[in-house]
Design a protein around this ligand. Structure first.
Ligand code: B4P
Length: 201
């Protein structure tokens, strides 16, 4: 399964990803986490990304896409994975789709975490990360609306989108995510039973 978690900053993508990768025993790719690793090791990529992250901007697509391509080449991603915070724009989604097509794979499910702005601001100010100042948070929310929100329509048109209420406790939200994922597993095993493969080995 290839699952994408989309949501505004502070919606809990990182928090819920940790639960979901344990539950599904799948690989995890968080572009935000990868950038933070590059920033702390002061790599060239980290220095470039830092300028954008500290202003609340998205890191340019060509930087993100080449980092994702390199990461996905690792064998642990061969059986599926959870994308957390990637793609974050329609061009990134198109780049991912081309990459997966080359591997004869496709996105299985896109989960949107829906949380109102007032709750997001409260959570992010409490987190106290370097890019979590009030001014940066407001700008990140604007950037989300302009560049990431159009992705929801993109995946909705492709029949991949499921929206989950991201408010309530971490356990409550994870329970809703689990319900969607379990339903998907049931649907796909039923369709395999009604359309068995004609190939025999
Ligand atoms: P990310 O690392 O993806 O982080 P985020 O959007 O800020 O937060 P997330 O949604 O993961 O929230 P979290 O679980 O931590 O991105 C950081 C930056 O990197 C971006 O702004 C961008 O500049 C850059 N970047 C990343 N990917 C990119 C891409 N593809 N293209 C371009 N640029 C990219 O939760 C937030 C807080 O809420 C935590 O303190 C958590 O404990 C709390 N929380 C979570 N769930 C809660 C709940 N249910 N109740 C109460 N609190 C909760």
């Amino acid at each position: 399964m290839i699952i994408i978690l989309i949501g505004p900053p502070g919606s809990g993508k990182g928090t819920q990803s940790q639960r979901l990768i344990d539950y599904l025993e799948t690989a995890h790719l968080s572009t935000g986490e990868l950038f933070r690793e590059h920033i702390s090791s002061e790599s060239a990529l980290g220095c470039e990304a830092k300028q954008f992250i500290s202003r609340g901007e998205l890191v340019p697509d060509h930087v993100v896409d080449s980092m994702v391509v390199q990461t996905l080449e690792q064998p642990r991603f061969a059986d599926g994975c959870l994308f957390d915070g990637y793609p974050r724009s329609v061009p990134q989604a198109e780049a991912l789709s081309q990459l997966l097509n080359l591997q004869q794979r496709e996105v299985t499910l896109v989960l949107e975490l829906d949380v109102p702005d007032s709750v997001l601001v409260e959570r992010l100010l409490a987190r106290q990360r370097a890019d979590d100042t009030l001014e940066t948070i407001k700008h990140r929310l604007e950037v989300y609306g302009a560049q990431t929100r159009p992705l929801l329509e993109y995946y909705k048109q492709r029949g991949k989108l499921e929206t989950v209420d991201g408010q309530g406790s971490v356990d409550d939200v994870f329970g809703r995510i689990q319900a969607v994922v379990n339903q998907l597993k049931t649907d796909s095993s039923e369709s395999e039973e009604s359309n068995p493969s004609t190939c025999s080995n």
